[in-house]
Design a protein around this ligand. Structure first.
Ligand SMILES: Cc1cc2nc3c(=O)[nH]c(=O)nc-3n(C[C@H](O)[C@H](O)[C@H](O)COP(=O)(O)O)c2cc1C
Length: 178
C-alpha cells in the first residue's frame, strides 16, 4: 500500500519537529497514510565496516525507507548544523540501494534554522534524494509549544501543510505515470 514515512531529526520528547510530522499525518490526503519511523535514537554509530552486515536496527531503517513511497523530513538546527543523531541515520542510508531517487519533502519548523536546512539539502542531494520543492515548506513553531493537535487546529498553518502534502501527492503520481 502506498504510504509516506516521517523521519524526525529531534529525539526530544516535546519536539516541535515531531509535532509537525504528527500533524502532517493527520492532514495527509485520503489514500496516502503516513507512518512514523521512531528508531533514530536506537541506531548504532555509523561504521562503514558494518555496511555489508548491518545491525538489526539499521536493517529496520533500510526496510522502512525502502518500503515508503516518499519521505517527510523535519529536522532542527543544532550549533548551525544537522543534529548528530540525524546525520548518523543519514550516513547509514548512504549505502541503501533504494535511497537514490527517493522523493523527499523537507519541512522546517523554524525560520531561524536556515543553516541546518541548507546542510541537509546538500547531504540529501549528495545521497541522490529527489527533493520535491513544491512540498517543502518552512513554518514558525519555534517556542510556541504547539502539539500536533494545536497545529491541525490552526487553520492557516493546517492549510499550508495540507497544500504541501497535496503537491507531494501530485508529484508522486506524476513520477509514477511518467
Ligand atoms: C544544543 C543546541 C544547539 C542549538 N543550536 C541552534 C542553532 O544553531 N540555531 C538555531 O536556530 N537554533 C538552535 N537551537 C534551537 C533548536 O533548534 C530549537 O530549540 C528547536 O526547536 C529544537 O527542535 P525540536 O523542538 O524539534 O527538538 C539549538 C538547540 C540546542 C539544544
Amino acid at each position: 500500500m502506498p504510504h509516506l514515512l516521517t523521519l524526525c531529526g529531534s529525539l526530544r520528547q516535546g519536539s516541535t519537529n515531531r509535532a509537525l510530522l504528527q500533524a502532517l499525518a493527520h492532514l495527509a490526503p485520503a489514500g496516502l497514510p503516513v507512518l512514523h519511523y521512531e528508531g533514530i535514537g536506537e541506531l548504532p554509530l555509523f561504521n562503514p565496516d558494518l555496511s555489508d552486515t548491518p545491525p538489526a536496527a539499521v536493517r529496520d531503517l533500510h526496510a522502512a525507507v525502502a518500503a515508503a513511497d516518499g519521505l517527510l523530513i523535519a529536522c532542527p538546527e543544532y550549533a548551525r548544523g544537522i543534529p548528530g543523531a540525524f546525520k548518523n541515520a543519514l550516513d547509514w542510508l548512504v549505502a541503501s540501494e533504494q535511497f537514490p531517487g527517493k522523493p523527499v519533502a523537507l519541512f522546517n519548523a523554524s525560520p531561524r534554522a536556515s543553516e541546518a536546512q541548507a546542510a541537509l539539502r546538500l547531504v540529501l542531494l549528495t545521497m541522490s534524494a529527489r527533493i520535491v520543492e513544491s512540498a517543502s515548506v518552512t513554518v514558525n513553531l519555534l517556542s510556541k509549544g504547539m502539539t500536533a493537535a494545536d497545529i491541525v487546529a490552526e487553520p492557516g498553518l493546517a492549510e499550508v501543510l495540507r497544500c504541501a502534502l497535496g503537491h507531494f501527492q501530485h508529484d508522486l503520481k506524476e513520477a509514477r505515470e511518467s
